[in-house]
Write a protein of this length. Structure first.
Length: 292
C-alpha cells in the first residue's frame, strides 16, 4: 500500500515514517533538495505506470544531529565529499519512481550485508555501519548495541521499503526493473580493493540471474555511442535485488549504473558544465531500458 502525502513525500505501507521523522527534525542543508523518496516537482508527471524503479542509496550527506558526536567531526567534511554519490538522486530523478536512502552511507550503508561475516568490506571497517574512513583511519566509535539500533531503524526499514516498492511494481505491472544509481571517484580511494587507476567513465553492475544480456548490450551500446568508456562489473560489481526475489523471480530485473564523478562534478563537489547533458543522456537511456 502506497500513499502520497500533501508535502509530496512518499510512504510505503507506513514504513518510511521513521526516516521521515528524522528528516523533519533537521533537514540536511547539503542534501540536494531535502526530499525523502520522491521528487516533489516531478510528482505531477511521475511515470507511476512504468515498471522502472530507481534506487539511490548513497546520495545523502545527512547524519542525524544526535549521532554526529560518535564521529570524528574533523574528518566528516572530507569523508562526506569523498564517499557520497553526489547528486545521484537528482541525476537519476527523471520522473520515474525513486527510492533513496535519506541518510549518509557513512552513518549506515544499506547496500552492505547486514552481517559483517558476509560483508567483504567489513574487514576494512566499512560494513553496514562504517567505523573507518576511506583512508582507513578511524571514523567513529560504535558499540554493538548502537550498531544494532541503527540497523533496525534505518537499514531494515529501507530494505523493507525497497521490497514493498518492488512488490508493488510486480503486483501491478507484472515486473520491475531496478536501476541502482551510483557514482564513483575518478581516482581510487585507499579503501577500495580495485586500485587500477585506469577507470571507466561508466561502470555497469550486473547479476547473472537478474540482468539480461539485452539490457547490458543496449546500455553498453548507448553510452559507447555517446563517447563514454564503459566497463562491466569493474571497478564495482553487482546490482541491488531485494532478498525476497534474489535468484528466485525473473520478473525482477536489475542493473547498476556507476558514473565516474569527473563526468559531472568538480573536485570541490559542485556540478560541472557537463552535468545537464549527462542527465539528459540518462533520461534517453532510461527510455531505452524501459522497452527492454
Ligand atoms: Zn554508491
Amino acid at each position: 500500500m502506497k500513499t502520497h502525502r500533501d508535502d509530496g513525500s512518499f510512504s510505503f505501507s507506513g514504513v518510511s515514517w521513521i526516516l521521515k521523522t528524522h528528516l523533519e527534525k533537521e533537514k540536511p542543508s547539503q542534501d540536494v533538495n531535502g526530499r525523502l523518496f520522491i521528487d516533489k516537482q516531478k510528482e505531477a508527471t511521475m511515470k507511476t505506470h512504468s515498471h522502472i524503479l530507481i534506487n539511490v542509496p548513497h546520495a545523502s550527506t545527512f547524519i542525524p544531529e544526535e549521532e554526529r558526536r560518535f564521529f570524528d567531526e574533523g574528518k566528516l567534511t572530507h569523508e562526506l565529499l569523498a564517499m557520497t554519490d553526489h547528486f545521484c538522486d537528482d541525476l537519476f530523478g527523471l520522473g520515474y519512481e525513486m527510492i533513496r536512502f535519506p541518510v549518509s552511507r557513512l552513518f549506515c550503508d544499506f547496500e552492505r550485508f547486514r552481517d559483517d561475516e558476509k560483508e567483504m568490506m567489513a574487514p576494512k571497517g566499512m560494513g553496514a555501519c562504517y567505523v573507518a574512513c576511506s583512508d582507513q583511519t578511524p571514523l567513529r566509535q560504535l558499540t554493538l548495541e548502537h550498531r544494532e539500533e541503527i540497523l533496525r531503524t534505518y537499514y531494515d526499514t529501507y530494505h523493507q521499503a525497497l521490497t514493498l516498492a518492488v512488490e508493488e511494481k510486480v503486483g501491478q505491472l507484472g515486473r520491475c526493473v531496478i536501476i541502482d544509481g551510483h557514482s564513483f571517484p575518478a581516482v581510487p580511494l585507499p579503501y577500495e580493493y580495485d586500485q587500477n587507476p585506469n577507470r571507466p567513465d561508466i561502470c555497469i553492475g550486473t547479476d547473472n540471474f537478474h540482468t539480461s544480456e539485452k539490457m547490458v548490450r543496449q546500455t553498453t551500446d548507448f553510452f559507447s555511442k555517446k563517447g563514454f568508456r564503459i566497463a562491466i562489473n569493474a571497478p564495482f560489481a553487482g546490482t541491488m535485488v531485494p532478498m525476497k526475489y534474489y535468484k528466485i523471480d525473473p520478473r525482477v530485473s536489475s542493473i547498476m549504473i556507476e558514473i565516474n564523478r569527473k563526468l559531472y562534478m568538480e573536485a570541490d563537489g559542485t556540478p560541472n558544465e557537463d552535468y545537464s547533458a549527462l542527465k539528459e543522456f540518462l533520461g534517453e537511456w532510461l527510455t531505452l531500458i524501459e522497452k527492454c
